[in-house]
Design a binder for this molecule. Structure first.
Ligand code: HDD
Length: 717
C-alpha cells in the first residue's frame, strides 16, 4: 500500500511564520492567565455585573459577554450514557509480563516489559449519573489501550456473564431493570416488579442473577474487584492460527465486598464512596493494580468443551481452562477534568487491533453496532474520536471529512481513494495483507433467528456458582433475594422467581420463599413455561474456587482503620499499633468528639481527623478503641461512638479494644466480655504485649470479615 498522509496529526511541520505566530500567541497566553476572556479571547472587564441601561435599569441584549456565558452554560450537559452512566476513571499503563506472539500478532502483546498507556473507567450499570456508588449493581470495567496500532477497548464488567444471550433482548432487559417508566422509581435498584417480572420469564438471566445477588455486586472498592471481558474473543497470530480467548482482570488487593446494610447506609453517608476511594488511593500514591489473565482455547478444541463459547451467560471454570497471567494494569494518574476525560471517553467493543478479533457471540455482535451509534448521539458527532481522551496516539489517516465538532484540518484537494492527485503517485487501498484482517469463523451461513441448542442450558452454571460459595456468601445471597422479592408487589412474580430458583438449588429456593407469603417453590411450574427448556449439560466440575470471594488472608494495604478517642485517651499501645498498621500500608484516621485536638492522658495533643458527627463505621474497614478510663467513659456516654463500634461488630469487621476501650463493645448476652469473639482483638496497655496486639489486629484485618460472631442479629445498629 502506498503511503500518503494528508492529515497525519503527529507529523505537522510548523513553518517559520507559523513559529513566529506561535511565540506571539504564547506571550499572549501567559498574559491571559491572569485575565478572563470571552471564547474569542476578548478581555472581560467585570465578571460580576451585566451591562445595564442605568444602575437600576434592564440588562442590555448588547452584552455579548453575558450572552456568551449563558448560552454556554445552558449547553453544559450532554445526555448521560443510557447504561453505565455513573462512573469515574483514571489513567495508567498496561505492562506485558508474558509474550503472546504465539497466539496473537497484536503489537502491544509481543514484548515483555512493553508498556501501553491506558484509560480505565469503572461504572455502575443501571444507576443514573447522579446516583449512589454503592447500589447493588453490575460494575463496568472498561479499558482503553492506546496502542501503536490504534486504540483497543476491552469493555467488560466485574461479572463474567451477561443477563441475556442475544443483543435483541438487551433493550428489554435494561427497560425492566431501570426505574419503572410511569413514575421513574426506584433509582439504581433491582428490587422492583418489572425487574423480577422480566427475569422470571427469561431463565437465561438466572446465572447472572446469582452474581448480582452476591457480594460481587457490592464491591468494597473498584480496586478490590475482578474484571472480565465477558464474551469470548479470538486471538489470531501472524500465521492466521486462531485461539479463543477470555479476558480476566485480577486485583492485587484481593476481592472484597460490602455487606448490604453497609452499602445502603453508605449511599447516604457518602454516595461517592467508590469514586472517592479510587481518587484518594491514586492521590496518595497507592496505585491500584490488576493482573491481566487469559484463558486460551485452540480453535479446533473449542467443540470438545462442554460449554458453548458463544454463549455470554456461561463462563469457563478455571479448573477446565487455567488463567494464564500475561500482564499488569496500573492506574497512577487521576484525570485533570472529569467531564473532558471520564464523561467524554467513548468506549467501543468494536475497537480492536490486528491480532484480536470478535467471536460470533450474538450479544457481542449487537454491541459492535450499538456503541459507535450511542457515542455519536451522546457526544454529538461521529467526530468524537477526535476528542483528546479518545484520540489514538498513533497517526490517523482517512478521508472521512467534516461533520460537527470536526477538529482535524484535512489539507489538500484529495478526500477520496484511489487517487493520484496528492503527490502524483497512485494511492490505492484494495486488499493485501496489511492492516486489520478479519478472520473467518467456522459456522453455518444460513440466515435464521435461532440460538444454538446449548444456549438453553440456563441453570447448570447458576448451580455451579451457588455450589462454589462459602456458607457466609450463601447467607448473603439468600438475604439479598429475600430483600429484593419482599419489595416485589406482584405475588405471581415472586412465585415465578422461586420456581426458577428451584432449578438452581431446592434448598436455596425454599429458604428464599420463607418470608414471601407464597407457595412452596415448584420446579415443575417453571419447567412448564414458555421460553423454558429443561436442558442441563453435565458440568465437568462441581465447584470452582475462583467463583468464591471468601478467601482468607492477604495484604491490608489501603484498608481504612478508625481510631475512636476522647480526652484522656492512653497513647501507649495505640501509637505502637498505629505505626504497625501504617507500616503494613493501612490508613488510620483518628475520630474524636470534635475536630481539632484531643488531650491524651499524658497531656499530649492528639490531632483529630474526623468528628464523630460527620463520619460512620461504614466508611471504615476496622476499628481500634484505645484505652484510658476517661476516654472510654466519654465515648460510652456518646451514642454515636457506641453505635460506631457495635455497627462494626454487626458488619463482622475487625475490632481491637485496649483496656477500658473494651467497654464500648456492649453485648449483654456475653456479659460484656469480648474475649474470644471472632475478629475481636482484646488487649491491655502493657508495653510487653503491644507488638503482639498489633500483629493480631493486622491478621484480623487481612481476613476482612469475621463471620460466625455470636448475637450479631441482636445488635441494634
Ligand atoms: Fe454495554 C456502555 C459493558 C452489553 C450497549 N457497556 C457500557 C459500558 C460498559 C458496558 C462497561 C460503559 C463504558 C464506559 O465506561 O463508558 N455492555 C457491557 C457488558 C455487556 C454489555 C459487560 C455484556 C457483556 N451493551 C451491551 C449490549 C448493548 C450495550 C448488548 C447493546 C446492544 N453499553 C451499550 C451502550 C453504552 C454501553 C448503549 C451506553 C453508553 C455508551 O455505550 O457509551 O452503547
Amino acid at each position: 500500500m502506498a503511503q500518503s498522509r494528508p492529515d497525519t496529526r503527529n507529523k505537522a511541520k510548523a513553518s517559520d511564520s507559523a513559529g513566529a505566530k506561535t511565540k506571539q500567541l504564547e506571550a499572549f497566553t501567559q498574559a491571559a492567565e491572569s485575565q478572563l476572556s470571552t471564547q474569542q479571547g476578548v478581555p472581560i472587564p467585570d465578571n460580576h455585573n451585566s451591562l445595564k441601561a442605568g444602575v437600576r435599569g434592564p440588562t442590555l441584549l448588547e452584552d455579548f459577554i453575558l450572552r456568551e456565558k449563558l448560552t454556554h452554560f445552558d449547553r453544559e450537559r450532554i445526555p448521560e450514557r443510557v447504561v453505565y452512566a455513573r462512573g469515574a476513571a483514571a489513567h495508567g499503563y498496561f505492562e506485558l509480563t508474558r509474550p503472546l506472539g504465539e497466539y496473537t500478532k497484536a503489537d502491544f502483546l509481543q514484548d515483555v516489559g512493553s508498556r501501553t498507556p491506558v484509560f480505565v473507567r469503572f461504572s455502575a450499570a443501571m444507576g443514573a449519573r447522579g446516583g449512589a456508588d454503592t447500589a447493588r449493581e453490575a460494575r463496568g470495567f472498561a479499558v482503553k489501550f492506546y496502542t501503536r496500532e490504534g486504540n483497543y477497548d476491552l469493555v467488560g464488567a466485574n461479572m463474567p456473564v451477561a443477563f441475556v444471550q442475544d443483543a435483541i433482548k438487551y433493550p428489554d432487559f435494561v427497560h425492566a431493570a431501570k426505574p419503572e417508566p410511569h413514575h421513574d422509581m426506584p433509582q439504581a435498584s433491582s428490587a422492583h416488579d418489572t425487574f423480577w417480572d422480566f427475569m422470571s420469564l427469561v431463565p437465561e438471566t438466572t446465572h447472572a442473577l446469582m452474581w448480582l445477588m452476591s457480594g460481587r455486586a457490592l464491591p468494597r472498592s473498584w480496586r478490590m474487584m475482578d474484571g472480565f471481558g465477558v464474551h469470548t474473543f479470538r486471538f489470531v497470530n501472524a500465521r492466521g492460527a486462531v485461539h479463543y480467548v477470555k479476558f480476566h482482570w485480577k486485583p492485587k488487593l484481593g476481592r472484597h465486598a460490602l455487606l448490604w446494610d453497609e452499602a445502603q447506609k453508605l449511599a447516604g453517608r457518602d454516595p461517592d464512596f467508590l469514586r472517592r476511594d479510587l481518587w484518594e488511593a491514586i492521590e496518595h500514591g497507592h496505585f491500584p493494580e490488576w493482573e491481566l489473565g487469559v484463558q486460551l482455547i485452540e480453535e479446533a478444541k473449542a467443540e470438545s468443551l462442554p460449554i458453548d463459547l458463544l454463549d455470554p451467560t456461561k463462563l469457563i471454570p478455571e479448573e477446565l481452562v487455567p488463567v494464564l497471567t500475561v500482564g499488569k494494569l496500573v492506574l497512577n494518574r487521576n484525570p485533570d477534568n472529569f467531564f473532558a476525560e471520564a464523561e467524554q471517553v467513548a468506549f467501543n467493543p468494536g475497537h480492536v487491533v490486528p491480532g484480536i478479533d470478535f467471536s460470533n457471540d450474538p450479544l457481542l455482535q449487537g454491541r459492535l453496532f450499538a456503541y459507535s451509534d450511542a457515542q455519536s448521539w451522546r457526544l454529538g458527532s461521529p467526530n468524537h474520536s477526535e476528542l483528546p481522551i479518545n484520540k489514538s496516539l498513533c497517526p490517523v489517516h482517512n478521508f472521512q471529512r467534516d461533520g460537527s465538532g470536526r477538529n482535524t484540518i484535512g489539507k489538500g484537494r484529495v478526500a477520496y481513494e484511489p487517487h493520484t492527485l496528492a503527490n502524483g503517485a497512485e494511492f490505492r487501498v484494495d486488499g493485501g495483507q496489511q492492516g486489520f484482517q478479519s478472520t473467518a469463523e467456522p459456522g453455518d451461513p444460513a440466515k435464521l433467528r435461532r440460538r444454538p441448542e446449548d444456549f438453553d442450558d440456563h441453570f447448570s452454571q447458576a448451580s455451579l456458582f451457588w455450589n462454589s460459595q462459602s456458607p457466609a456468601e450463601r447467607d448473603q445471597i439468600v438475604a439479598a433475594l429475600q430483600y429484593e422479592l419482599s419489595r416485589v408487589d406482584t405475588a405471581a412474580v415472586r412465585q415465578r422467581v422461586v420456581d426458577n430458583l428451584a432449578h438452581v438449588d431446592a434448598r436455596l429456593a425454599r429458604k428464599v420463599a420463607e418470608p414471601l407469603g407464597i407457595d412452596l417453590p415448584d420446579p415443575r411450574a417453571a419447567a412448564g413455561r414458555a421460553g423454558f427448556r429443561e436442558l442441563r449439560r453435565k458440568q465437568l466440575v462441581e465447584t470452582s474456587a475462583a467463583l468464591s470471594m471468601d478467601t482468607a488472608g492477604g495484604a491490608i494495604h489501603t484498608r481504612r482503620v478508625a481510631v475512636l478517642v476522647a480526652p484522656g485517651v492512653e497513647l501507649g499501645a495505640f501509637k505502637v499499633i498505629q505505626q504497625a498498621l501504617q507500616d503494613a500500608g493501612a490508613v488510620t484516621c483518628v475520630i474524636g468528639p470534635n475536630l481539632g485536638f484531643v488531650a491524651s492522658s499524658s497531656g499530649q495533643q492528639l490531632p483529630v481527623d474526623h468528628a464523630l458527627l460527620a463520619t460512620s463505621s461504614v466508611l471504615f474497614d476496622a476499628v481500634l478503641v484505645p484505652g484510658g478510663a476517661t476516654s472510654a467513659q466519654q465515648l460510652m456516654a456518646n451514642g454515636s461512638a457506641v453505635h460506631f463500634v457495635m455497627e462494626a461488630y454487626r458488619h463482622c469487621k475487625p475490632i481491637c479494644v485496649i483496656g477500658e476501650g473494651a467497654q464500648l463493645l456492649k453485648i449483654p448476652e456475653l456479659d460484656n466480655n469480648p474475649a474470644g469473639l471472632p475478629g475481636v482483638v482484646v488487649g491491655k496497655n502493657e508495653p510487653g504485649t503491644r507488638q503482639q496486639l498489633a500483629q493480631e489486629f493486622i491478621a484480623a484485618i487481612a481476613r476482612h470479615r469475621h463471620w460466625g460472631r455470636p448475637h450479631v442479629d441482636s445488635v441494634a445498629a
